[in-house]
Structure formats: structure tokens, C-alpha cells
Write a protein that binds this ligand. Structure first.
Ligand code: OOB
Length: 536
């Protein structure tokens, strides 16, 4: 067991326990109460039908024994990559129970990311869905990890008696979330049972989850938003029902919402727009749906209003991060707050500050850097000592990299971003990672990856390259060859003789962006420009 993360200072941890925020429980224990009180109540529904709380609890215990038989032990790290189905939920609870620690890989990630997670954590296993692409990744990472197994081998293995212990809990690691990142290598986010379960509990309370809640998991379940805000874990904590959508398209989800009388779901703004136009086109009104959460990227107020007008549901804006802090608009907030702000922190124990470039607090209402600290916001990334010195203040605030201001009512408005990241429809791309990968091409002498505005996704990525004789197609092929997630492949590739520099000799990305906005591409939708480029 060689798990390295920055704990909360002792006196603060003590306070959180004393106040009852941290309970010492293992997340797996969440199911036990419901298994007894409502054994038959549907917990998870997927394309194979539904399972009740008793069956889910039992399956997770049997899966824990199966994992144990495969040599997985408390403290082991296990990379898990799955589609949205029950096997993910079963295996997640099985790992919690064993005290093994899942890395919440996203389905779009490929061998470059998965291989890195395995090596960086010294993972004991890579568990994956039966999809061909994930099976291929398993073959590609065999040298990076001891064991690779399809999830179905664990959930289909009923030869074991249930594993009844719950070894780990409290201050031990529950899972490793993925950071959107702004650095060359992706960062892993260590979340403890205490802190994660606290965030799940308050999310369920803020969102009024109860046994009648029917939540559609349309976004990839491993992401912090659909997993815990309140998401799958919050709904299971509250005794409700989770419906797993294999994909987030209107075709799939509208049908699932109607069939299973879904009351609540969560989307990124780009998908909310797709749903809005499909609903309008088909004159579809979701009869059962009460709340649509939108987060992961900024939704503009016109679209926010449209969500309520077109779908006839209450919007909830959610601003959060896998590192911790999550803010929600409340259901009884006035309409203009719901349409124009990103809500209030989930907990009264969340501490937020708005500061200038020198970490000096700014007066209320003024735009600045958002810092966050609290009972479920990490104090350091996993095995990243050097980066931690810049990503956190000396007194433990996480530098979110977001620019924000606080309204007189105390609500947060996200006004921009200081971190070097592209938010492509909610999928985060660290510019530095893509730049480093492109620089490994012998013909690329310099490159900058920037965000460009896009009507569909909010932002897309553009790689501005100093490269002799290369085509856009070759630049993209160089990344694809490395086996990275498709969303990291630049939508646009531009060539230049020289990248503009700031006074201190850094690449002037502000200038690159404004040059881009004045270029011809702005007359075309970025997507069309990208398609044209690929055919040249
Ligand atoms: C969520 O988590 P991550 O870790 O994928 O990304 C966090 C970043 C934030 O720092 C911010 O830059 C951006 O995503 N973001 C938003 C936003 N929600 C997230 N920017 C503007 N408006 C919003 N509503 O994205 C996440 C985690 C938990 C709940 C919800 C979202």
C-alpha cells in the first residue's frame, strides 16, 4: 500500500468529524440501509432491465469476492473504464467494499491515457467494458498493468460467497477522479470516503433526492458531475432509481425518460442545446421530468431560459470540479438567479475567495481568480508534489483556474478562465498536453493550442503550428497514432512562421486568439472549416 496524497490538516479534519460532516463510513455502506428497508425498490435500470437494492447490494458483495479471488486487495489501485450500465455500479461498490481504489477513466480515453494511469499509479488491474475499443486498449496496456479483465468477467462470476467486510473507510482513499488539467500530464484527484460521501450527501439534500427520484445518467457515469453531483451515488444514497443511458442522444434519452418516468437528469450545455432543438422539432414535452441540471461548462442565459420554456422543466445550473467544490442554483431561487448565475456552494462549510493576481482578496462584485477550500475539496493532487505547490495556496486553497465574481445575493458567476485549458462541450483539454505531444513530431518546431469560440460546443480547439511542409491531416494523424482520446485532436490546424510572444517570452495566446477571430475561419462554422481542412 503506497498511496500518496495530501491529507487535510489534523485540526481541520478533527473539526469536520466533530461536526458530523465526515462520518468514517465506507461509501459501500450507503446501499445497506436501502437493501433492508426497500429490497425490491429499483436501484439501477439499464438495457438489461432493472435490479433492486437487495440484488445490487448482494451483487456488489459477490463481485468484491470475485475481485479478491483475482488478487485485488485493500489499497490496490484499479483503472476502470466502462459504458453506462449496471456493471459499472456493481464493480464500483465492490471496489469500495474491498478498500481498493478505482481510477475513474472516461470512455473516450485511449491507450495513451489508460497506459499513463496504470503506470503512474502502479495499478493492480485495468477493468474495462466489452466494447471492442476498450478490449483493444486492454491489449495495448498489458505491459503497463498486471491484470486486465472485462467487467463482465467480474459481474458474471457468481461462484463466490458475498464479501461482507468493509475494510476501508473514513480517511482512506475511495477513488481517483481525473482532473480537466492544464499541465503536460493528466492529474489524478484523490478523494477519500469521508469527503466524497459528504459531497454526495449534501448534493442529495440540495437537489431534494428521495425514493421517488428517477435519475437518468446520460453523461459518462465516471465523471464527477453524473457520479456525485448528486448523480448516481447521490440518487442511490437517497434511495431513488438510476436509469443508465448508453448514449446521451435525444433518440435514446427521450425514450428512456418517457418509459421510466425519469424525474431528473444532467447535461452539459452543448447537449442541452441538442435536446432543445430535438424537443422543439418533435414537439416533445417530457411529462415526468422535473429538473434538468446543466453544468460542466457555461450556459448562456438565453439558453438557460429556453431550457425552461421549451422543455417545461426547472433548470438547475451546476458549477463544479472533480477536485471538489460544487455549486448549485436552488430550486426556489428566483428565475433570474437560476438563469444568470452558477449557484451557491453546496455546503455552508465551503470556503471561497475571489483574489487578484497576487492572491489579494477583492471586494465583493469584482472579477477575480476563484479559490476554494472545504470539507470535500482536495488539498493536493495524487503524486504531484511539484505541481501542488502552484495549484494550491500555502493555506490550502485550490486554485480553480476559473475567473468569477460574487453577486450581492452571494451567487457565483463564472466570467472566464485563467487556466490554459479548452472546454470543448464540457470535455476538458489541457493545451500543454496536446502541445507536448505535437512537439514530438520532427517537423514541428513550435505549437500553441488555443480555444476558439464555437456555436455548438462553446469552444473547440485550434493548433497553431510552426511546421515546415506538414498538412493539417498529418498533424492530426500524429496525435491519433499516439492513441489519445478523440476529443483532444485539434478541430482546426493553422500554420504560421512564428508564434507571437509576450514581454516575458511566453507564447501570447491572447493575441493568437484575437488573430484567429479576425481570420477567415470565423465566417465558417468551425466544424465546417475542420471538415474542409481534413479533405485538403
Ligand atoms: C465538472 O468538473 P471538471 O473537473 O470536468 O471541470 C471543472 C471545470 C471548472 O473548473 C470550470 O472551468 C468548468 O469545468 N465548469 C464550468 C461549469 N461547470 C464546470 N464553467 C462554467 N459554468 C459551469 N456551470 O465540470 C463538474 C463537476 C461536478 C459538477 C459539475 C461539473
Amino acid at each position: 500500500m503506497n498511496v500518496t496524497f495530501t491529507p487535510w490538516p489534523d485540526e481541520i479534519a478533527h473539526r469536520y468529524r466533530q461536526e458530523g460532516l465526515w462520518t468514517g463510513e465506507n461509501i459501500a455502506e450507503v446501499l445497506e440501509r436501502h437493501a433492508v428497508e426497500r429490497p425490491e425498490h429499483p436501484a439501477v435500470i439499464d438495457h438489461n432491465g432493472g435490479i433492486g437494492y437487495a440484488e445490487l447490494t448482494h451483487s456488489a458483495k459477490v463481485a468484491a469476492s470475485s475481485l479478491h479471488a483475482h488478487g485485488i486487495r485493500r489499497g490496490d489501485i484499479v483503472v476502470v473504464q466502462s459504458a453506462n450500465d449496471r456493471s459499472y455500479v456493481i464493480v464500483l461498490f465492490a471496489l469500495f467494499r474491498l478498500g481498493a481504489i478505482p481510477v475513474c477513466a472516461l470512455p473516450a480515453q485511449r491507450e495513451a491515457e489508460i497506459g499513463y494511469f496504470c503506470r503512474h499509479t502502479g495499478a493492480a488491474a485495468y477493468l474495462h467494458s466489452d466494447e471492442a475499443v476498450h478490449t483493444r486498449i486492454a491489449q495495448a496496456v498489458t505491459t503497463d498493468v498486471g491484470l486486465t479483465l472485462p467487467l463482465s468477467r467480474i459481474t458474471g462470476d457468481s461462484d463466490h460467497s458475498p464479501y461482507d467486510e468493509t475494510g476501508a473507510g473514513g480517511a482512506e482513499l475511495a477513488l481517483l477522479q481525473l482532473s480537466g488539467g492544464s499541465t503536460g500530464v493528466p492529474k489524478l484527484i484523490p478523494r477519500t470516503h469521508d469527503d466524497y460521501l459528504y459531497s454526495v450527501r449534501i448534493a442529495a439534500r440540495v437537489c431534494r433526492v428521495d425514493t421517488d427520484t428517477r435519475y437518468l445518467c446520460a453523461l459518462p457515469v465516471a465523471h464527477n458531475f453524473p457520479l456525485s453531483s448528486p448523480g448516481v451515488l447521490g440518487v442511490l444514497y437517497g434511495g431513488g432509481t438510476v436509469v443508465m443511458a448508453p448514449d446521451p442522444s435525444p433518440d435514446t434519452c427521450f425514450r428512456l425518460i418517457d418509459t421510466h418516468r425519469v424525474t431528473m437528469t444532467a447535461l452539459v450545455p452543448a447537449l442541452a442545446k441538442v435536446w432543445l432543438s430535438a424537443a422543439k422539432h418533435r414537439a416533445w414535452k417530457p411529462a415526468s421530468l422535473q429538473v434538468l441540471q446543466v453544468g460542466g461548462a457555461r450556459i448562456d442565459s438565453a439558453d438557460a431560459k429556453k431550457v425552461e420554456d421549451v422543455l417545461g422543466v426547472r433548470l438547475q445550473q451546476v458549477f463544479g470540479m472533480a477536485e471538489g467544490l460544487v455549486c448549485y442554483t436552488r430550486h426556489d431561487d428566483p428565475d433570474d438567479i437560476v438563469h444568470t448565475t452558477q449557484g451557491l456552494p453546496a455546503s455552508a462549510w465551503d470556503e471561497i475567495r475571489i483574489v487578484d493576481d497576487n492572491d489579494v482578496d477583492l471586494p465583493s462584485g469584482v472579477d477575480g481568480h476563484l479559490l476554494a477550500r472545504g470539507p470535500y475539496t482536495i488539498r493536493g493532487y495524487y503524486r504531484a508534489d511539484e505541481h501542488n505547490t502552484v495549484a494550491f495556496t500555502t493555506d490550502g486553497y485550490y486554485r480553480t483556474g476559473d475567473m468569477a465574481r460574487i453577486t450581492p445575493s452571494g451567487h457565483i458567476v463564472i466570467t472566464g478562465r485563467a487556466k490554459d485549458q479548452i472546454n470543448r462541450g464540457g470535455e476538458k483539454i489541457a493545451a500543454a498536453e496536446v502541445e507536448e505531444r505535437l512537439r514530438t513530431h520532427p517537423a514541428v518546431s513550435d505549437v500553441a493550442v488555443i480555444a476558439v469560440p464555437d456555436p455548438e460546443l462553446g469552444e473547440r480547439s485550434c493548433a497553431v503550428c510552426v511546421a515546415d511542409g506538414l498538412s493539417a491531416k498529418e498533424v492530426r494523424a500524429h496525435l491519433r497514432k499516439q492513441g489519445v482520446a478523440a476529443y483532444k485532436i485539434p478541430d482546426l490546424v493553422r500554420f504560421t512562421d512564428r508564434l507571437p510572444q509576450t514581454a516575458v517570452g511566453k507564447v501570447d495566446k491572447m493575441r493568437l486568439r484575437s488573430e484567429f477571430l479576425q481570420s477567415d475561419t470565423t465566417r465558417l462554422a468551425v466544424r465546417e472549416a475542420a471538415i474542409q481542412e481534413d479533405h485538403r
